[in-house]
Structure formats: structure tokens, C-alpha cells
Design a protein around this ligand. Sequence first.
Ligand SMILES: [Mg+2]
Length: 452
Amino acid sequence: MVKITGFSTRDVRFPTSLDKTGSDAMNAAGDYSSAYCIITTDSEYSGHGMTFTIGRGNEIVCAAISLLAPMVVGKDLDEMTADWGKTWRYLVSDSQLRWIGPEKGVIHLALGAVVNALWDIWAKTLGKPVWRIIADMTPEEYVRCVDFRYITDAITPEEAISLLKEVESGKQERIKEAEASKAVPAYTTSAGWLGYSKDKLKSLLEQSVEQGYRHFKLKVGADLEDDKTRLRIAREAIGYDKGNILMVDANQVWSVPEAITWMQELAEFKPWFIEEPTSPDDILGHAAIRKALADTPYGPVGVATGEMCQNRVIFKQLLQAGALTVLQPDACRVGGVNEVLAILLLARKFGIPIVPHSGGVGLPEYTQHLSTIDYVVVTGKKSVLEYVDHLHEHFVHPSSVKDGYYVTPFEPGYSVEMKAESMDAFEYPGQEGKSWWRSEEAKTIIDGPRVV
Ligand SMILES: [Mg+2]
């Protein structure tokens, strides 16, 4: 019996805006940040969950974590995990907190951190990585983790069980593939940030090809002629006919007609999909863009979104509207593992592959579990997963890629525990003499102009 005794939050920010890591057409200068929820127990274990943000505002998420986390203090871990769907429903049901959502925005970002911290403790007490807990569940046990409210018009628990049973026969072989780190092929965005120079872009892409990557993503949407130049450089580096796949990401800068005309101009570079062409809330807009780009002179350009998709309800509608070529769940923008499990079921039902959002601090650590679950348990089909090679050194068990595949995590937990010294060194506002944010250099960000 493990009882939850308390919690703390930490506001950790890395000054990535200094070198434009993570820059795109909407987010010119982000400071990759983690809003942590650390749950303590009466056992030797503590649970680490986090939500990703890009700087200012991280403290608001930490404040929301401080309002939600007391709901689990004093609870018994076995009881909470015995009926996970019910527990998740309980965590979204404080009506006063629900009012500032519901199930979206800051309160939902905070929920992701709290729920993921619970999965982290649970996994540690079971001595398993999170992906393996799910892989060892029966279809009925998986389905009990999900709150089906608002999605039963698209998928019922009974239907979900039968979909999971359909792929059960090959599960043991797929677990062996996961154990050999051949379950999750990786793609890279590390080369394609908008603020990087053309020379840096070219040399990073060439390096990525040498490292065994086959999928590459570039940011677009700031300047059409510049996009053409950068995509030409990219295609020269990765080739048109060598089986290498190019993807582009506009981070929501366009209105719907602009997205269509801009992408018609870029279709000659044969991108697999345009990611986040417009507002993440615009379900019918995404459907219109997908329809318009289904037939260009160079072939179809698909549509992908999800990193700012608020919850399973929006994903359901995107799928029902035929708006997606690829679905990109985020590990912490929705309400943690349980809601992602619901989204994986929806994607499976509609036959749309997932490519989780993974371009941020801590996200690859999380999503390696989710893509493994999707392959081993939900679809039996491999899907690619973004890998961004920044900031992994701060994690106790960093994710990594070898020969173009994610190295499957074996350590018990959900992999986002950060080293204590890294937390101290980058906590905001942090302690004098310990945190970088108290340094002279930090003033260039703290007192500097806001980049809009
Ligand atoms: Mg993106």
C-alpha cells in the first residue's frame, strides 16, 4: 500500500531563446520550460510529471498544479489505479476548477502534469516503464483507464475492446521488437528551426542523413520565397527519390485560404503533410485545407495537427470531419496518459496514423512510451516519432535514438524526472547563486523586448 502524502511544483526554464532553438513562424523566441508536479508518498518513491511550455506563463501552470494536486493527497495509490477511468473523471470534476476549462487550457495542462506524475509513481512501484504497464494489460484493463464521456458517438468501450483484441495476436512479437529498440522510428526537426541560417540548415540535414534518419521536418510560414529556398536546400540534402520524407510545419500562422495558396506553392517539394496550418480549434478549416490539397499537380499534401489540440473531443471532431492525414497527440496538453489512451483508440478507429508532438523539453521522454504503446497494443503498425536533440542531458533517464529508432526505455517510470542540479540551475526565478535566471546574462531575456 502506497499513500500519497504531498506534492510540490517547480518552474524550470531553459534559455533556448538565446540561440533560437525551437523557433518557428509563430514562436520566434521560446524558452523551453517544464512546469513540474512532484508527488511524494509514504514509500521510497516519488512521482515526476511535467507540462511543457515555452517560458512566460509557466508559473501560471505551476499555480494550477498547486490547485489540482491536493485532490490526490491522502489517497491510496492502489485504489486510484484500480479504476483509472473513474479516477480521471474525479480529477476533472472539481466544478470550481472545471469552470476555468473545462478540460482545456491552463487547467488541463496542469492536469497532464498531475496525472503523469501518478503514472510515474505507479510505474515505479510496479518496477516497469509506463509503456510496459499498458503492454501487459488486457484490452478490458486498457479500456478501464479511459473516461469515454463525450466520445461514445465515435467509439464505445465495447468497440474499443474488440479493436484491441483484433491486434492482440502479434503483441508478444511486437514487445520483443520494442525490447530490441525497433518499435519507434524517429524523425528529426533539429535541423529545421526557422531561425537557423541556411548553412546551419544544410549541414544539420546532411548530418541527420548520415545518422540514419529518413524523415525530416522544416518550419515554414514566415516568408514564401525564403520557404522555397530552404525547402530546395533540404531536398538537395535529402534527395527527391531516395525514399526520404519531408514534412513542413506552419505553427498556426495562416488563415484557411492563405494556408491553401501557400501550400500550393510549396507542393513541388512534395511534403508528406503540412502541420498546424491554421488555428488548432478550426476543425472545418482543417478539413477544407485537406480537401484543397488532396490533389495538387505534384500529388497530395496531407494535413496534421494536435500539439495544441485541447482534448479528446476536438480530436474526435477532427477525425469525424476527415480533417487529418496524421494525428499528433501531445503527452501533456491533454489530461495525461489516460486521455492519450482515448485518443489512440479514436485514431485507430478512424484509421489515421499518429505522429506524437515531441519537439520540446521532456516531450521525447514522454512520447517514446506513447508511440510504443500505439505500436505494441493499439494498432500493430509502426509510426514515426519526432526527436529533437536538445536538453536531454538534464534528465535522469534521457531518451535517445540509435540507428534511426528510439531506444526503448526500460527504467521504471515515465522518464521525465529531471536531475536535481538541473532543476536548481534553471529554476525561475530561482535562488541567488544557484539559478542561471539570477545571472547578468539572464537580464537580456528578463528585461529584453518581448519578441512578437
Ligand atoms: Mg509543430
